[in-house]
Design a protein around this ligand. Structure first.
Ligand code: ATP
Ligand code: MG
Length: 565
């Protein structure tokens, strides 16, 4: 992973708090100057742009400091997890540039060790089997202002606890009949520390361990010990775990094992979307989108299908930086990063999204000229392709105005424009149907202007794109807008569901006419349609019938002028 390499990690000027912490630990020799992080997704959904931030932080720090980063599946909840999610996560982390070599771990691989650790806590008098119901446990936990009350089972003997715990594992009890709890302090000001549950009974098949287990360890018990077993140095997680850090430390101290440092950062929030797996699952299962990889989704696979690049996403993550304060980032910043990268790598091509026909009256019937057009003007994208020019062309309906406003430099009756890379044309006549709709424009061309300039050097302000009618390929183009109408769909007022805020116009499908070369690009190819935006070939494409997703628009200077008028 190639993160921002502009600053060396040891240079402390302008460093974020993660770098400062690691530098301190390196200076004190606390972890032997080692940096070993992990990215720990729970395989209960697809990764989203928030996870990308975490991936960039964890893999990025490891790379910067010459350390390692593990991929660890935090798979302790058999009910919600699935190998489909595991596979997608591996693919997405890899695509983003995360390299974990053979360090792919599963919390479920540690179930035997975790069970042994739990037994040790029992033997040390630091854990007990509670036989209260879930309700009773909840009710006796107290509140932020009131201490909890101790369970009547809290002082069971070690022998009884061990016996019950073994029988829990043996399958003698139903779900919820008993739990294993840490024996800490029911009056702790930190509610997390009031005898948290370590193990629960779940008679459920696990996607990796099958029916080997019917007791499963809780997150707080599993996570710190997985970190410890893997020799993690800095366990970087999001802020909602700040109160759990005390428990993280307690478990590791109680068992007297190797002790990583948990550090929290603020999770990413992004405008006009939701970043919660629970809500994203609702969008998929509820049929509000076409799937996890719907290009409108904030998932990594959705963004990939839409044409976003890993470079752009990493650039975005490095620009937003890492902080402790909750933040909401503008979606437009992500789009800016995508535009920046695609501008540098996407071949320029021509497509007409809303076609109107132009007939060039003085161009010979049946003649075709093949122009060799470069994929970029500045040479940033190498190569070229052949584009046919003929007597009948499509241009963009919006590039013609019968009654042009001021500063409109495109086509209108009597005006002369440059057809990109080809000729100058002048609009002579407008043909309408019986209802007054414009159906065709009649133009003449200047044969002297071939290639886009004339011997007399006259100035032409407008340049428009075009596609030859007899050579044009029909393409389905999917135009996307924000998925939600609200910038903060995750915070709905009482009585409003986040799905009520879905944008009904988030996808518009048009039939475009595209230059023939565009039918040859394989799925996943990213191109610029000149003057329109960046587009990506969708896997739904069939030979001769391409489908494109609009990745992001170009900044349209005209829209700005028109908006001001
Ligand atoms: P969600 O709220 O979407 O369900 P999660 O935290 O439950 O997310 P995990 O699979 O547990 O999802 O997350 C894996 C890692 O990604 C964790 O370290 C988590 O803190 C981090 N992460 C999740 N969401 C974000 C986010 N919005 N911004 C930054 N990091 C995130
Ligand atoms: Mg989580």
């Amino acid at each position: 992973m190639n993160m921002d390499a502009s600053s060396t990690p040891e240079n402390s000027v302008g460093l974020d708090f993660l770098h400062v912490r690691i530098n301190q630990d390196n200076a004190s020799g606390r972890f032997g100057r080692k940096v070993h992080t992990r990215f720990p997704p729970e395989p209960n959904g697809y990764l989203h742009i928030g996870h990308a931030k975490s991936i960039c932080i964890n893999f990025g720090l490891a790379q910067e400091y010459g350390g390692l980063c593990n991929l660890r599946f935090d798979d302790t909840n058999p009910v919600k997890e699935d190998t489909e999610y595991v596979d997608s996560i591996r693919e997405d982390v890899h695509w983003l540039g995360g390299e974990w070599d053979d360090r792919e771990y599963y919390a479920s691989n540690y179930f035997d060790q975790l069970y042994a650790f739990a037994e040790q806590l029992i033997r040390d008098g630091k854990a007990y089997v509670d036989s209260q119901s879930a309700e009773e446990i909840r009710a006796s936990r107290g509140t932020l202002t009131q201490p909890g009350t101790e369970s009547p089972y809290r002082n069971r003997s070690i022998e009884e606890n061990l016996d019950l715990f073994h029988r829990m594992r043996g399958g003698e009890f139903a779900d919820g009949e008993h739990v294993l709890r840490a024996k800490i302090d029911m009056a702790s000001p930190n509610v997390v520390m009031r005898d948290p549950t370590l193990y629960r009974i779940r008679h459920a098949e696990h996607h990796r361990t099958g029916d080997k287990w019917c007791v499963y360890p809780m997150y707080d018990f599993t996570h710190c010990l997985s970190d410890s077993l893997e020799g993690i140095t800095h366990s970087i997680c999001t802020l909602e775990f700040v109160n759990n850090r005390e428990l993280y430390d307690w478990v590791l101290d109680a068992l007297n094992v190797y002790h990583p440092q948990q550090i929290e950062f603020a999770r990413l929030g992004l405008t006009y979307t939701v970043l919660s797996k629970r809500k994203l699952i609702q969008l998929v299962k509820g049929g509000f989108v076409r799937g996890w990889d719907d290009p409108r989704m904030p998932t990594i696979c959705g963004m990939r299908r839409r044409g976003y690049t890993p470079e752009a996403i990493r650039d975005f993550c490095s620009r937003i930086g890492v902080a402790r304060a909750e933040n909401l980032v503008e979606y437009s910043l992500l789009e800016f990063c995508v535009r920046e990268h695609l501008n540098a790598i996407a071949p320029r091509t021509m497509a007409v999204l809303d076609p109107i026909k132009v007939v060039i009256e003085n161009y010979p019937e049946g003649q075709v000229e093949w122009f060799d057009m470069p994929f970029s003007q500045d040479g940033s994208v190498e190569g070229s392709r052949k584009v046919p020019f003929s007597r009948e062309l499509y241009i963009e309906r919006d590039d013609f105005r019968e009654d042009p406003p001021k500063k409109f430099h495109r086509l209108f009756p009597g005006s002369e424009v440059r057809l990109r890379y080809a000729y100058y044309v002048t609009c002579k006549d407008v043909i309408k149907d019986a209802d007054g709709n414009i159906v065709e424009l009649r133009c003449t061309y200047d044969p002297e202007s071939k290639g886009g300039a004339t011997p007399d050097g006259r100035k032409i302000k407008g340049t428009i794109h075009w596609v030859s009618v007899p050579h044009a390929v029909s393409a389905e183009v999917r135009l996307y807008e924000h998925l939600f109408t609200s910038p903060t769909p995750g915070n709905t007022p009482e009585g409003v569901e986040f799905t009520d805020l879905l944008n009904p116009d988030s996808m518009r499908v048009v039939t475009a006419q595209v230059e023939p070369a565009l039918a040859e690009f394989p799925a996943g190819s990213r191109v610029q349609f000149e003057r329109l935006g960046y587009f990506c070939v969708d896997p739904d494409s069939k030979p001769g019938a391409p489908v494109f997703n609009r990745t992001v628009t170009l900044k349209d200077s005209w829209a700005k002028i028109e908006g001001k008028q």
